[in-house]
Design a protein around this ligand. Sequence first.
Ligand SMILES: *Cc1c(COP(=O)(O)O)cnc(C)c1O
Length: 442
Amino acid sequence: MDAAEFRKRGKEMVDYVADYLEKIDKRQVFPDVEPGYLRPLIPDCAPQDPESFEDVFKDIEKIIMPGVTHWHSPYFFAYFPAASSFPALLADILCGGIGCVGFSWAASPACTELETVVLDWLGKMINLPEEFLAGKDGQGGGVIQGSASEATLVSLLAARTKTIRRVQSEKPEVTEAEIMGRLVAYASDQVSTSQKHRPGSMGSILSILINCNRENIWMHIDAAYAGSAFICPEFRHLLNGVEFADSFNFNPHKWLLVNFDCSAMWVKKRSDLIGAFKLEPLYLQHHHQESGLVTDYRHWQIPLGRRFRSLKLWFVLRMYGVTGLQEHIRKHVRLSHQFERLVLQDERFEICAEVILGLVCFRLKGSNELNKALLKTINDAKKIHLVPCHLREKFVLRFAICSRTVECAHVQFAWQHISQLATELLETWEPNQQQQQEQEQC
Ligand SMILES: *Cc1c(COP(=O)(O)O)cnc(C)c1O
């Protein structure tokens, strides 16, 4: 493909993506395929001779789309939102076009410098304490990681190195291995595979933070989902106490309209990260010293390579503005409260956790088996898509407001559908069915 064909195909692809997103509500939100569906549809080996773009393009609808779960459908209420917006998609084209690998300042100065500045913007938008910002000569600063899980791992490794060095400076006779064997990490019990369902009591988090701070314990706050909401002053109190933390991250790729992947992480002391990851073969050295002005982001992350991800954040922040993004968050929160009200009006159902942001945890009053059956009928019908979670011992349905284009009418439709399926289920449900099922399992 030469540049002339790229122009032509690029325009076709933009049209295809625009059509896909504009008419996504017409597609079934969850696919009909079974595991292994794809292998028989494509050849066993890569083609020996080149194929045409048309050949590839026509396989999108034939092979790919039948197996896509449409995360941006307004009928998708599962997991958590995956951000998407047109400015971010355009920026990703540019990122691919530049195609630099910005592991050091010199490897592409714009890639590094835009990231530092835009993460300062974002930090200011959520009113992060000054110490987390890079500024012109700050000790802190932000970095874009691929995921919140990576941010957590990076902070764990930084905390480990920092603690080992501190103990060794106090007791030089203790070996690194001895210290390593005695390190402990604590995490909240309301997390599962790194997924937080509700913000616990903030008061107790604050006291944990203050204690960590006093005891020299590294404190990392993962607000992967909730973090975006802190751009709205009415939700910022949920972040109180962050001034006691060492590192903080949230995912603009969840709720701030920046397409995956973009997990924003800040540290108070960049030297803590650099201390854990610094590696300096000759070909990566250049004549500048690391400082507030010259950042080598390879020391802030696990991989060496990194994409120019700050472009999409920059495009989104500029083209929505803070007000546009606040509107997006507030609309989602309004919709979750709309769904909550619908649930509360139906005596057969209960709300299982306080609705604060865009997530409603609800269930039929009754057994876990009953709720599992309800979820199954909902997901088998494939008109909407939900996933469950456990809150203490209870099997709970999660209704997460996800799509950028979801409106009141979609939420209304989802509730009527759920309520109708619940009626049908309860008509056939026998109270002792649960015992029968348990016996069958034995
Ligand atoms: C969604 C979520 C994660 C997982 O995010 P990744 O970026 O995919 O790793 C981690 N922590 C919390 C609190 C989340 O909500």
